[in-house]
Design a protein around this ligand. Structure first.
Ligand SMILES: Cc1cc2nc3c(=O)[nH]c(=O)nc-3n(C[C@H](O)[C@H](O)[C@H](O)COP(=O)(O)OP(=O)(O)OC[C@H]3O[C@@H](n4cnc5c(N)ncnc54)[C@H](O)[C@@H]3O)c2cc1C
Length: 412
């Protein structure tokens, strides 16, 4: 398909790369920019879950009562960098406003709308590459104790209402699925159709290489500013300028720096998350297992057992917190016996908006600028479907979806 329009994309994480591939399918000439090699930010270190069921987000009716005990517990999922709290107050205020029942259900409904199409959208991209066993189809298992029963019941009820397929499992069934997990749990839920990545970065690089093979361009540059030649966006690095017909900003948690320059105040911030690896321990489990009470999980990966989780509010500049690494190590040891010393302490930045819906769509002020960021805990799962939606928007096609809830205009 021929299409002479030139598209620039800033950000070569999973959002940027998938968008590039779908735009290419429509014949656009696409140039990807990243200040780093592709896939080295959040898309590198995540838990690798492809989780189409995960429609219930953090903005929920039970969260505010749970926050104090979560913050006080050294094994809990939540932490703050106190020096950043004053900067985050406006975000927290908006978040609290989104925790009522109606807003919670709004988020769940519109997360479900895109999550439900996330796996088929990936298959369209995976059909063109050799995955070499990097995606496994063994499902994803969540376990919990009766201490967090009320919260789990709320999630189960909402997913039922949305028609999400979920298989509740008792302690015996959990043991049958994962015999090496210590029997601390009371109940769980198993999503047999969910998948996981054995190495997210390698998958992203394979997608990226396909983009380049099909004629896509990549420039390793930090884009510092955007201005306009009439209505055409002009990207500026320190020494160069590039003009495009249309532009997509897909810089994950770093997108706000650029959207501020486009005179749009989008309340994007970050939930910092961590991982460590236990080398040669991936054989201990057959699929990702999440300990829901403590908000972390373990994924069997090429690097070993990847232990991933925690939500830390602390912005993009603060250093890694050793206490969060310790939290993951102790939590993992509570789950399985015989773990060796850990490797690879990693901190990454989830791009999160206070209503826990992503921004996918045109910018408020410039008709040739589009956004795809803010996919919080689910940006890996939502890479392909967001890219597919954006490619249709840019190509002026109908998507047969209600896309208004993802518009950045909701914050103005
Ligand atoms: C601990 C953790 C666990 C997670 N687990 C899962 C999971 O299991 N499943 C799931 O679905 N999601 C998960 N996520 C969320 C998911 O990883 C992210 O939502 C997703 O990777 C975001 O992708 P992105 O492409 O928007 O951003 P990123 O991957 O962060 O990429 C943004 C890119 O933009 C580039 N960039 C930024 N600014 C500029 C600039 N000015 N010029 C040039 N380049 C620029 C950066 O270098 C970077 O490469 C997890 C996240 C974390 C942190």
């Amino acid at each position: 398909m021929e299409n002479n329009l030139k598209i620039g994309i800033i950000g070569a994480g999973i959002q940027g790369v998938c968008s590039a591939l779908f735009l290419q399918k429509k014949g656009f000439q696409v140039t990807l920019f990243d200040r780093d090699e592709p896939g080295n930010a959040a898309s590198y270190g995540n838990a690798g879950h492809f989780s189409p069921y995960a429609s219930v987000s953090l903005n929920r009716t039970d969260i505010l009562t749970d926050v104090p005990s979560m913050l006080l517990s050294s094994r809990g999922p939540l932490a703050l960098k106190w020096n950043y709290v004053p900067k985050m107050i406006p975000w927290f205020a908006r978040f609290i406003m989104n925790c009522g029942k109606e807003k919670m259900m709004h988020t769940a409904k519109y997360m479900h709308q895109i999550l439900d199409q996330s796996l088929p959208a990936f298959d369209e991209l995976f059909d063109e590459i050799d995955l070499e066993g990097l995606v496994e189809n063994n499902g994803i298992l969540y376990v919990w104790t009766n201490k967090s029963k009320k919260s789990r019941e709320l999630e189960i009820k909402i997913r039922d209402e949305l028609g999400v397929k979920q298989q509740l499992v008792n302690a015996k069934e959990i043991h049958d699925l994962e015999p090496n997990i210590k029997p601390f749990y009371d109940n769980g839920v198993f999503y047999d159709y969910a998948r996981h990545a054995r190495n997210p970065k390698k998958i992203l690089v394979k997608l990226f290489e396909n983009f380049v093979k099909k004629g896509g361009k990549f420039l390793k540059l930090n884009i510092q500013n955007i201005d306009f030649d009439e209505t055409k966006p002009v990207l500026r690095s320190e020494t160069q300028r590039f003009i495009f017909d249309k532009l997509l900003i897909a810089c994950g948690a770093f997108s706000k720096k650029l959207t501020d320059k486009l005179h749009e105040d989008i309340p994007l911030d970050t939930e910092r998350g961590y991982h460590v690896h236990f080398k040669d321990c991936d054989h201990l489990i057959s699929r990702p297992v999440v300990y829901a009470d403590r908000g972390f999980g373990m994924t069997p990966m090429e690097q070993g057992l990847r232990v991933v989780g925690t939500v830390e509010f602390g912005g993009l500049q603060n250093p890694l917190s050793k206490s969060r690494i310790k939290n993951l190590i102790l939590n993992a040891k509570d789950m399985v016996d015989g773990l060796p010393d850990h490797k690879d302490e990693w901190l990454g930045f989830r791009p999160s908006l206070p209503d826990f819906l992503p921004v996918i769509g045109p910018s408020k002020n410039y008709k040739n600028v589009f956004y795809s960021f803010g996919h919080h805990h689910l940006g890996w799962t939502l890479g392909a479907i967001s890219g597919k939606i954006i490619s249709k928007m840019i190509n002026n096609e109908n998507t047969n979806m209600d896309l208004q809830p993802y518009s950045s205009i909701r914050f103005s």
